[in-house]
Design a protein around this ligand. Structure first.
Ligand SMILES: O=P(O)(O)O[C@@H]1[C@@H](OP(=O)(O)O)[C@H](OP(=O)(O)O)[C@H](O)[C@H](OP(=O)(O)O)[C@H]1OP(=O)(O)O
Ligand SMILES: Nc1ncnc2c1ncn2[C@@H]1O[C@H](COP(=O)(O)OP(=O)(O)OP(=O)(O)O)[C@@H](O)[C@H]1O
Length: 489
């Protein structure tokens, strides 16, 4: 960043999560990503610089290898004039959702990350005049734990996302249970993927956002209030997906346009940017392929049909690679937690070893190579426990990352556009797929994960599962009554 040229008026609020806040440049296709902290937990400038450098290194040395060069944008750490950051922070404060204001933007260090703006990513750097649509999906965990350390039988049947939904609604985080189930999205089966994407469109929560020319047009800006409904969304989408059935307005048109979007996104998600390369990991999918709580599967079960299983994701696609990384969590938090405690006990005795163990980085080639050892035989050593802890952190990162799909009308003859192309009913669309929020989850979050896991399962088992059992036993009784009646006759 050129020091003298930083003007806060050229930047606007773009979005934020739990740990960082993003501002976008009005003309150039770049964003600045700042860290956020609770007001009483300020860090020193050196700590912030180190943290940001770790994020970049982790992207370069680990994520690029696991996910593929084309999907990962590591960005760079930049130092900004403090006055610029201070003014920018004041300028954007009123646009921040209230629910995110429990943390403050770091204005003291002057450090941030500079990344390409993935919602406007075209032929890079400068905005073009073609309209651009961007769909951001946070798919969450796409498999059911297969570890023998899992103690609660339910965890082998219902996925974490579907269980967590009930706790989230009960605690007021969201108003409605979503019909989305990550296992449907990751199934590779088009029917299940369409259902998953339609469910995300109906109940976006923080799992779906849609941007047009860099502006949020659908999904939640605030934690709870959606910015538009499906009809408005369809209106925005028409220039991209004008339906081939020729209907220009009304509910049929809305449905046709939304269907078109869902089909295009499915095709893009199944496409491979890396010519089918499987990536560095080879973890066979274990465990059930269907979540018992998915409304898609439930409805088929009611009709006496089986859910179509995994058609198998193509090995080069981003969903496949993300799922592989997620499955680095081989032991589940229940099997991992005792190993975390082993590392903790060791560190209590030898605190100076924290650096050698690379708990807080550097996330370099050595760190990466250790992740590739997938053996699960515990030899009782700290080295084994540490390897599983680090693999778990990487898996958690992949369970919480987002996928950005950018689409724009393909202009024939533009040699500058090297992107792959997908047909839609109106025209062909050039697309790019990227992954974001690739910050390695902290070692310290493991005890929280352990507690949260049991809270989610206990809540689900006490409320939903108990209710399901009652319904099942009532049905059984009805069936018995029916048989009795038949006997009498
Ligand atoms: O634990 P989960 O599954 O609720 O995930 C958290 C996310 O909640 P979600 O369920 O997606 O609404 C949560 O998302 P929100 O802040 O709720 O939008 C964060 O992404 C959090 O990560 P971090 O602590 O900021 O690094 C996420 O925490 P991690 O589990 O990834 O550490
Ligand atoms: N490079 C980028 N280009 C465009 N938009 C981005 C980019 N990086 C982040 N964003 C937007 O900013 C939002 C917040 O960023 P990010 O997910 O990295 O925050 P976070 O605080 O780390 O998330 P979490 O809550 O999962 O911890 C994203 O959901 C996305 O909409």
């Amino acid at each position: 960043m050129e020091e003298g040229k930083m003007d806060e008026n050229e930047w606007g609020y773009h979005g934020e999560g739990n740990k960082s806040l993003v501002v976008a440049h009005a003309q150039r296709c770049v964003v600045l990503r700042f860290l956020k902290f609770p007001p009483n937990k300020k860090k020193t400038s050196e700590e912030i610089l180190q943290h940001l450098q770790n994020i970049v290194d982790f992207g370069k040395n680990v994520m690029k290898d696991f996910l593929g060069e084309n999907y990962v944008h590591c960005g760079e750490v930049v130092q900004l004039p403090l006055e610029f950051v201070k003014q920018l922070c004041l300028k954007i404060q009123c646009e921040r959702p209230e629910s995110r204001c429990d943390k403050d933007l770091d204005t003291l260090s002057g450090y941030a990350m500079c990344l390409p703006n993935l919602t406007r990513l075209q032929t890079y750097h400068f905005a073009e005049h073609r309209p651009i649509l961007c769909v951001e999906i946070k798919p969450k965990c796409g498999f059911i734990p297969f570890s023998n350390d899992v103690t609660h039988e339910l965890k082998h049947k219902v996925c974490r996302y579907c269980m967590h939904q009930h706790l989230k609604v009960a605690t007021g985080k969201w108003k409605k249970i979503s019909k989305y189930c990550p296992l449907d999205l990751y199934s590779g089966n088009k029917q299940r993927m369409h259902f998953a994407l339609k469910s995300l469109l109906q109940e976006a929560q923080n799992n779906l956002r849609i941007f047009k020319n860099g502006e949020l047009i659908y999904g939640c800006g605030d934690a709870r209030s959606p910015v538009a409904d499906l009809k408005e969304l369809a209106h925005h989408l028409k220039p991209f997906f004008f339906p081939s059935n020729g209907l220009a307005s009304g509910p049929h048109c809305t449905r046709a346009v939304i269907r078109e979007l869902v089909h295009v996104i499915t095709r893009v998600l199944l496409s491979s940017a890396d010519k089918g390369r499987a990536g560095a990991l080879r973890l066979g999918l274990q465990g059930p392929r269907v979540c018992e709580a998915s409304p898609f599967s439930r409805s088929l079960r009611h009709q006496g049909k089986d859910t179509p299983e995994h058609s198998g994701l193509p090995k080069g696609c981003l969903l496949y690679k993300t799922l592989q990384m997620q499955m680095l969590d081989q032991l589940d938090i229940e099997g991992l937690y005792p190993l975390y405690n082993r590392v903790e006990s060791y560190l209590e005795e030898f605190p100076e070893e924290r650096k050698t163990l690379q708990i807080d980085g550097p996330y370099d080639e050595v760190f990466y190579q250790k992740l590739l050892d997938l053996s699960t035989e515990d030899d009782g050593t700290v080295a084994f426990a540490l390897r599983k802890v680090q693999q778990y952190r990487v898996a958690m990162t992949a369970k919480d990352c987002s996928i950005m799909i950018a689409l724009s009308p393909y202009l024939q003859g533009t040699s500058s556009d090297q992107r792959p192309v997908i047909p839609s009913s109106r025209s062909r669309l050039a697309f790019s797929v990227s992954v974001l929020d690739l910050d390695l989850k902290p070692y310290e979050s493991i005890p929280h994960q352990y507690k949260l896991d049991s809270k989610i399962v206990n809540y689900y088992s006490k409320t939903v599962h108990a209710k399901d059992d009652t319904v099942r036993s009532t049905r059984f009784k009805e069936h018995e009554d029916c048989t009795l009646v038949l006997h009498k006759v």
